[in-house]
Design a protein around this ligand. Sequence first.
Ligand code: SAH
Length: 351
Amino acid sequence: MIGKLSKKTVLAGLTRQELRILAASYGESPWRGDQIYEALMHGASDIESMSGLPAAFRKKLGADCETGVPKIKKALRSKLDETVKYLFEYPDGATVEAALMSYKYGRTLCVSTQVGCNMGCVFCASAIGGKLRDLDAGEILGQVYAASLDCGGRIGGVVMMGMGEPLDNYENSVRFIGLVTSPEGLNISARRISLSTCGICDKITRLSQEKYDITLSISLHASDDETRSRLMPVNRAYGIDKLMRVCREYFDETGRRISFEYTLIPGKNDGEDDALRLARLLKKYFEGAPFHVNLIPVNPVEGKFEGGGRGEAQRFRRTLERMGINATVRRTLGADINASCGQLRRSDEQT
Ligand code: SAH
């Protein structure tokens, strides 16, 4: 049943060394652990398919463990660009989305960290229905393995911007970063990993103490508490000033430039006054420090919000620029396959 972490050990969540120890604990030689590690990296979702292992060992392993590598339930492939949107399924029936994006410099996978989400942002499809369960670190890594197998090439970057709030599944998210950056494994550079959060302040502080050079993305989406609390309930717990202070401390501690995401929702947060206030807020807390602002025209969810055009986004951007704040309007990839924001999973549930 979906709703609790599998009691089985998730193999993809173990390091190569831990897999060697696991193999030995079954009375097998440790290099069987290396075999399992290689099979996972090649996208094996079933233990049964690991034909290099003795059948009796596979059977015992299957009773206690699962791979963590999901199966592809659906894959939508854009005709406009090389974007692929996956609906992945785990053995308990839980489904999550991931999106593979191709850029000039390589492929990046947007992964999910939870099945659903408890943060309740009003514009977000993943919030509908709440969180069903956390994903294990190995299940997050399994999305990268499964997508690599499907696309037949190297994935060089990861954004933790799919379903779920990574800092609400802190241990698994950080362990995933350790695994995916491991030189023994996919060896993805931490600098090519972004973690996006709605702003759980104490966890941001904790993250600043981790040793990874990742990029932190903050889903800001408003420049005053009233608007932000209306859009994002998490703001009632922390508030914008606290969030901005913690972000500045994060930069001071890590030296890593923060990226602020601002989803533009027509009539809610996209006015001239919103842009001016945003510029003042950023200047107040990030004087002399680099940061990045990414503007995202909202993706309408179940008819709740009208999508704004890129023209409005450009107007917002120009206002920021007049105030000395550089911003980019996010390029839309996979526009023909609805490649964002939990909508594939919703439509799958409704069919
Ligand atoms: N929970 C994390 C990561 C998942 S959401 C976070 O809040 O950052 C990834 C990004 O997509 C966030 O910036 C989120 O606010 C944004 N998003 C969610 N629904 C959206 C929608 N309908 N249109 C545009 N952006 C959306």
